[in-house]
Design a protein around this ligand. Structure first.
Ligand code: E4P
Length: 223
């Protein structure tokens, strides 16, 4: 499963990129607004750091506006992917975007029917939001299972990005289901490698090593 980071913050992207396991970035208007920098400038900086797909979202609500914003956004860098909402207007924009060779990521996906229609329209990626479904007492991961099954039924090549991830269990479940990608906030990425037994184990090894050195130096032996 590929790992994307879900942020527009350069420091977080640089740190995660150093881990050597980062495959792409997803941004959205809320994440870009937090950075208080001109979005095009910020997106360019992100694309300079990460060579994989970087999602940038259109703001327009009608298909013509979406297509024209998409054409502006792809000028930022060759790895820009256009995020389009899962609406009827988004669907109308999809065909033109895909026939112009523009990669799309259909965002705010909350149902399997949305995922099927955007795939039929040529979506490169679809982003089902698991955390926001959990927030309203729906099983977010059930949506991933349904989309995965439907895409397999019809050999659909649209890639599933599990989005709105809130904790490591979301990431684990995404991998168990076989999602193509998980887009994960930096705080959750940090938790993925954390285990208290690893920390306790390292401490014990260091303590024992120190004791050995002490014992050897007490008997005049160098190690
Ligand atoms: C995905 O592309 C979205 O940016 C993101 O995952 C939304 O997550 P949230 O529901 O935590 O805002």
């Amino acid at each position: 499963m590929k790992l994307f980071i879900d942020t527009a913050n350069l420091e977080e992207i640089k740190k995660a990129n150093l881990y050597g396991v980062l495959d792409g970035v997803t941004t959205n208007p809320t994440l870009l607004a937090k950075e208080r920098i001109q979005p095009t400038v910020q997106l360019k900086k992100i694309c300079d750091i990460v060579k994989g797909p970087v999602s940038a979202e259109v703001i327009s609500l009608d298909s013509e506006g979406m297509v024209s914003q998409a054409k502006e956004l792809i000028r930022i860098a060759s790895n820009i992917v256009i995020k389009v909402p899962c609406t009827v207007e988004g669907l109308k924009a999809a065909r033109e975007l895909s026939s112009s060779g523009i990669k799309t990521n259909f965002t705010l996906c909350f149902s399997p029917t949305q995922a099927l229609l955007v795939a039929k329209a040529g979506a490169t990626f679809v982003s089902p939001f698991v955390g926001r479904l959990d927030d309203i007492s729906h099983e977010g991961m059930d949506l991933i299972r349904d989309i995965k099954m439907i895409y397999e039924n019809y050999k659909i090549s649209t890639q599933i990005i599990v989005a709105s991830i809130r904790h490591p269990i979301h990431f684990l479940e995404a991998a168990r289901i076989g999602a193509d990608i998980a887009t994960v906030p930096f705080g959750v990425i940090e938790k993925l490698m954390k285990h208290p037994l690893t920390d306790i184990g390292i401490q014990r090894f260091l303590d024992d090593w120190r004791k050995l050195n002490q014992a050897l130096s007490n008997s005049g032996i160098e190690i």
